[in-house]
Design a protein around this ligand. Structure first.
Ligand code: ADP
Ligand code: ZN
Length: 437
């Protein structure tokens, strides 16, 4: 069992009543701050007929209007800024995978709060002063690198600001400098694991003990694969640029869902069609309110991530609400032949089969009015040199499994090892050639 260390017991283990009181106080102040400083959001509130006086506690949150990614794009770049630029010290930006970039601003207090959140995550993964924290998330506008870097400093780890790329050099440094905690995207962790094996290094020859992986959806099966390849415990971390970056939620030693830093970020689950708040345990769209961010506060921001919240008691002692692994965004969901398909379902299915690797790509196209659905799956090198017969059998088996899982047929194409491009950041799992807009 990994060690169970807690960074800030006061907040991470707060009683429900105290937490609610704290959240309510912060929300009342935050709404006032936004009303006074962000004309864009004030207008949205006026349109909904709400004023700051209507918000007396966290239970009133549902009265406020939502903010969406479209609002952020509309208001680009300064429209949602709530502090003068002279008080801001940092800018980050989304990876822009879903359209025009979104920029977020930070005051020094915002940076400090964010780094507290990542420090909690690193501590929960067993990190402390004696650790060498190897940050292989990209540095720069992307929040991953700087976010984990700041938390690592706070915890007092020896921080290795590697950024992503130059995989063999990463591994060389891991060996020479004794990295104990690896932070990067799960797809990059899998790529590092694969390269470690190719370099003839056994996982036990590395000092790595834990990894903190996030910024993209990944499955339980992928977790097991990475843990095996690198000989570590792999922890999930969640966040989005709009709400600071990674660290909004993090996994503890239970490794079954992420505790949300709810003294800073209040989470709701809503029905994406009606906007109604859903009861605890329901699956729906995750909505975040930043309770104390200064420069770029977001009230009821619709993440489009599909998720479930749980307040079941956690053995780590934290009382912070937990969110399940988001299994894709409402806008990542593919509709193929009328069926809803999340890439993560396919990943889970593939990784359950031996001989399939975590490298796959989904290609969707349209011929006339019919969707075509193809999955490229890399097989292990020994499999690739096998007989045509075993090859065909595997292809058939995967096709059968996908069919029974989704109810639609996909053409399975087994491809050579290394033929699907590797990712040093977020992986590209879907190539949708249909022009549906
Ligand atoms: P972009 O929208 O351009 O990708 P970000 O880099 O801010 O911008 O990405 C935030 C999104 O990444 C989240 O809304 C979520 O969809 C995804 N994400 C982040 N962490 C995780 C995680 N641990 N599991 C699943 N998805 C994640
Ligand atoms: Zn826990």
């Amino acid at each position: 069992m990994p060690e169970n260390k807690i960074w800030d017991e006061k907040y991470e283990c707060m009683s429900r009543e105290e937490m609610k009181k704290l959240q309510s106080e912060k929300l009342v102040k935050q709404v006032r701050h936004v009303w006074d400083n962000v004309p864009y959001y004030k207008k949205l509130m006026e349109e909904k007929g709400v004023t700051p006086d209507d918000i007396q506690s966290i239970d009133d949150l549902h009265k406020l209007p939502f903010l969406s990614k479209a609002d952020l794009r509309d208001a680009y770049p300064y429209g949602l800024l709530a502090k003068p630029l002279s008080e801001c010290v940092r800018i980050h930006s989304t990876s822009g995978t879903t359209g025009k970039r979104v920029v977020a601003f930070y005051t020094q207090n915002d940076v400090d709060m964010w780094e507290e959140c990542t420090a909690r995550a690193i501590t929960a993964a067993g990190g402390g002063k004696d650790d060498v924290c190897h940050v292989a998330y990209g540095y720069g506008l992307f929040t991953g690198g700087m976010g984990l870097h700041g938390g690592s400093h706070k915890v007092g780890c020896l921080t290795l600001p590697m950024s992503s790329g130059s995989t063999e050099r990463q591994i060389q440094f891991m060996q020479d400098l004794g990295s104990t905690i690896l932070c990067c995207t799960p797809s990059y962790a899998a790529y590092i694991g694969e390269t470690v094996a190719e370099m003839g290094i056994k996982p036990e020859e590395l000092k790595l003990k834990a990894g903190i992986f996030g910024a993209e959806p990944w499955t339980e099966e992928m977790r097991q694969e990475i843990e095996r390849m690198l000989g570590i415990k792999a922890y999930d971390i969640y966040g989005l640029t709009e709400s600071s970056g990674p660290g909004v939620a993090f996994e503890c030693c239970e490794q079954n869902g992420m505790h949300i830093n709810e003294d800073h970020f209040f989470a709701e689950i809503i029905d994406p069609d009606t906007g109604e708040q859903l009861p605890e345990g329901s699956k729906g769209e995750l909505v975040f309110t930043s309770l104390d961010k200064e420069a770029f506060p977001l009230l009821r921001y619709r993440t489009r991530d599909v998720c479930v919240l749980s307040r079941e008691k956690c053995s780590c002692g934290r009382t912070l609400v937990k969110m399940a692994k988001p299994m894709g965004r409402t806008d990542d969901m593919l509709i193929i032949k009328g069926v809803n398909v999340f890439p993560s379902q396919i990943e889970a299915g593939l990784l359950k089969m031996s001989n399939a690797t975590p490298n796959y790509q989904i290609v969707v196209d349209r011929v006339g009015t019919t969707d075509t659905f193809e999955i490229l799956v890399e097989v292990s090198p020994d499999m690739f040199s096998d007989t045509v017969k075993t090859f065909e059998e595997l292809q058939k088996k995967i096709a059968g499994d996908i069919h029974s899982m989704l109810g639609i047929r996909a053409k399975i194409k087994l491809v050579e090892p290394k033929s699907i491009p590797r990712s040093e950041g977020k992986a590209v799992r879907v190539v949708d050639k249909r022009k549906l807009v």
